[in-house]
Design a binder for this molecule. Structure first.
Ligand SMILES: Cc1ncc(C[n+]2csc(CCOP(=O)(O)OP(=O)(O)O)c2C)c(N)n1
Ligand code: SF4
Ligand SMILES: [Mg+2]
Length: 298
């Protein structure tokens, strides 16, 4: 049997499935959608809740997707996507159902629909584009906002130094359902991301990908720094590349845990208030996380 073609910058299709949208320059989420859809191809139905990606791509009379796409109620992306999958099956159509939602739409408001959908075991792909806040409504904190980040609902002041809670562990929450395939990714490592979308497409059941997607507008960084920031966060271990497959976790990249997190934090105005003590706390959280990951997954 011939090996499937490895997806990379050379082999990826030149066809575009997501274009003409109104996302800000340097938007990590729109890049994730564009490349995911190149791997997914035209034979797919897309479901998206309210959020930046819906707001920038459904502007009547235009739609930025080449595939069929619908906006779902905010809490229901995964329920709609599995409903679409069931409909496609009933109509005997060999097409994929794919849900895309932001961190707020996934880890907070849409989490019960996602849990139920994974539990039903239907074949669909869910991609969470994580920009670490509710961007479309004005940069409010979500369950995936990291410790220390200033948002409009966790503003940094003299007493409270931005968001006081660590990021919710969505990847392991999803894996705990015994899902067919789950992975974390970053738009800083696009070939890794596209390879994971390909695996999700081939999975024999529900598949989830959580892609780290910088937002220049909400994070306060230059729009040409998106890729650099999304690479650095993986290299320094504040984010990670991992997979859950056949019931097992696997780390895809070992970070430099002695690297200075300031290189990442200082590039973004949402962290500009952090003191040396705050940065030590961020490094301590990183250490604690990796001690566990290396012990349990290596
Ligand atoms: C039930 C419901 N609650 C709140 C909203 C308002 N709302 C629309 S978009 C949005 C933010 C979405 O944040 P996220 O899911 O992280 O996506 P992003 O905009 O960051 O891409 C909110 C709160 C809504 N449309 N429906
Ligand atoms: S606000 Fe952020 S997530 Fe929304 S379109 Fe702009 S860069 Fe993208
Ligand atoms: Mg968001």
């Amino acid at each position: 049997m011939s090996q499937p073609v490895k997806i990379n910058a050379r082999t990826i299709t030149k066809d575009e499935y997501f274009y003409g949208h109104k996302a800000c320059g340097g938007c990590g989420e729109s890049l994730a959608l564009r490349l995911a859809l190149k791997v997914i191809g035209e034979d797919a139905y897309l479901s998206l809740p309210a959020g930046c990606m819906a707001a920038v791509s459904f502007i009547y009379p235009n739609m930025a997707f080449k595939q069929n796409a619908i906006i779902t109620p905010f809490a229901s992306t995964a329920a709609v996507a599995t409903g679409v999958a069931a409909g496609l099956k009933a109509l005997n159509k060999n097409k994929l159902s794919v849900g895309f939602a932001g961190d707020g739409g996934t880890a907070d408001i849409g989490i019960q629909a996602l849990s139920g959908a994974i539990d039903r075991g239907e074949k669909f792909i869910y991609i969470c584009t994580d920009n670490e806040a509710y961007m479309n409504t004005g940069i409010q904190k979500s369950g995936l906002t990291p410790f220390g980040a200033s948002t409009t609902t966790t503003p940094a002041g003299k007493v409270i130094r931005g968001n006081v809670k660590p990021k919710k562990n969505m990847f392991e929450i999803v894996a705990a359902h015994g899902i067919a395939y789950a992975a974390t990714a970053s738009v800083g490592y696009l070939e890794d991301f596209m390879m994971k979308v390909q695996k999700a497409k081939e999975a024999n059941g529900p598949a989830y990908i959580h892609v780290f997607s910088p937002c220049p507008t909400g994070w306060g960084h230059e729009s040409d720094k998106t890729i650099e920031i999304a690479k650095e966060v993986v290299d320094n271990g504040l984010w990670y590349l991992a997979e859950f497959e056949n019931g097992k976790f696997k780390l895809n990249k070992t970070p430099k845990l002695d690297s200075d997190v300031r290189l990442y934090l200082n590039a973004q105005s949402r962290f500009k208030h952090l003191t040396d003590d705050d940065i030590r706390e961020i490094e301590a959280l990183r250490e604690e996380k990796w001690e566990r990951l290396i012990k349990e997954w290596s």
